[in-house]
Design a protein around this ligand. Structure first.
Ligand code: ZN
Length: 303
C-alpha cells in the first residue's frame, strides 16, 4: 500500500479515536482500535493498531503501530510506541472473520454496566439495535491482555456477530469499515442507556414473534442477514427469558396475549406483562388497567 494511503488510514484512526474519547467511551488511556491494511497478500497481512498507554483523544498518525497477524510489531514506530497488549483480541477476530476490516475495543459506560452486573443485554426490543447489532455475544471475565480474553468469546462468534460484551470489562465492535464499527459502538451504548432509562420507568415492551420476524426481514433487505430470521416465527427470538427484563417484572413476549390468532395467542388468559400498557407492572397494574377500562365502559353506558 502506498505510504500516502497508509498515512491517510492512520489519520482516520486518530479521528475515530477522538470521537471515542469525546463520547466518553474510553477514559484515560483505555480502549484500542485497529484496521486491516487493504491489499496485503495472504500470509503477509498487516494491521494498524493504537499504541498502549495513550488517550484515544490525542492520537497522532505517528503514534499508530503496524503489526502482523501474530501481533508482532513489524515496522519501527516513529515515536517508539508499543502496540496495545489487547491487540490480541482484534487479531483473533481478524483470523476468524476475513470479512472484518476494523475492530474497536472500548469501555462505553452504559454497556459496561451490563458487563459489571453480569447481565446480558436484552434483545427483541429496539429496531436500530436489532438491525445494527443483532444478538450480542456475551463472554465471561478473563484477564486483559492475555490469550484467555479472546478465547473467552471467539468460539461464540457466528458469521453475523458484530458486537461482544466481555464480563467485568468492556465492548468489542467490528465491521468491514471503521465507520460502521464506530456506529455500532455508539448504537450499543445508546441502546443500553435507553434500557436503563426505561427500567427507571418500570417497563420495557418486548417485540413479539411477528414483529421480530418482520424486522429481521427488513434487516435482510438492508444487507444485514440474520441467522435468527429463519426461526423467528418458531419462537427462537422474542420469546426467551431475558434476565434484565424479568429482574423488574417484564415477561418474555411468549408469555403475553398476542391477540393475533397466532400460536401464542392466549386471549383467555391474563397477560403477565411486557407488551402494552399493562406490561411490566405485574398483577397490580394489570388489575388497575382492567378497573380503568371497566370504569370507562360503565361511564359510557350511563351517558
Ligand atoms: Zn479494555
Amino acid at each position: 500500500m502506498p505510504q500516502a494511503s497508509l498515512w491517510q488510514l492512520k489519520k482516520e484512526m486518530c479521528e475515530y479515536g477522538k470521537r471515542i474519547w469525546q463520547r466518553g467511551f474510553c477514559a484515560g488511556n483505555e480502549g484500542n482500535h485497529s484496521v486491516r491494511v487493504p491489499g496485503c497478500r495472504p500470509g503477509q497481512e498487516r494491521f494498524l493498531c493504537t499504541p498502549t498507554g495513550i488517550s484515544k483523544g490525542f492520537l497522532d498518525p505517528a503514534d499508530i503501530c503496524v503489526v502482523d497477524i501474530d501481533g508482532n510489531q513489524v515496522e519501527r514506530n516513529a515515536k517508539g510506541r508499543k502496540r496495545s497488549s489487547e491487540v490480541l483480541i482484534h487479531l483473533a477476530i481478524y483470523k476468524k472473520r476475513p470479512d472484518v476490516n476494523a475492530v474497536i475495543h472500548s469501555h462505553p459506560p452504559h454497556a459496561v454496566a451490563f458487563c459489571l452486573a453480569g447481565m446480558e443485554v436484552p434483545h427483541s426490543i429496539h429496531p436500530e439495535a436489532e438491525v445494527f447489532l443483532g444478538k450480542i455475544v456475551h463472554a465471561a471475565y478473563a484477564a486483559p491482555g492475555t490469550p484467555a480474553l479472546p478465547a473467552s468469546f471467539i468460539d461464540k462468534l457466528t458469521e453475523q456477530s458484530n458486537t461482544v460484551l466481555m464480563g467485568n470489562h468492556g465492548s468489542i465492535n467490528f465491521a468491514d469499515t471503521m465507520e460502521i464499527a464506530y456506529y455500532r459502538l455508539e448504537i450499543l451504548d445508546n441502546y443500553c442507556k435507553q434500557l436503563l432509562l426505561a427500567r427507571g420507568l418500570g417497563n420495557v415492551n418486548v417485540l413479539d414473534k411477528g414483529q421480530m420476524s418482520e424486522l429481521l426481514e427488513i434487516k435482510e433487505r438492508f444487507g444485514f442477514p440474520d441467522e435468527r430470521k429463519e426461526c423467528a416465527l418458531d419462537g427462537c427470538v422474542g420469546t426467551e427469558d431475558q434476565p434484565f427484563l424479568t429482574s423488574f417484572g417484564v415477561q418474555p413476549a411468549s408469555a403475553q396475549c398476542a391477540c393475533d390468532g397466532g400460536p401464542v395467542c392466549g386471549c383467555d388468559e391474563k397477560p403477565s406483562g411486557g407488551s402494552g400498557p399493562s406490561g411490566g407492572g405485574g398483577d397490580a397494574s394489570f388489575e388497575l388497567l382492567v378497573q380503568t377500562i371497566t370504569d370507562q365502559i360503565m361511564a359510557g353506558l350511563k351517558a
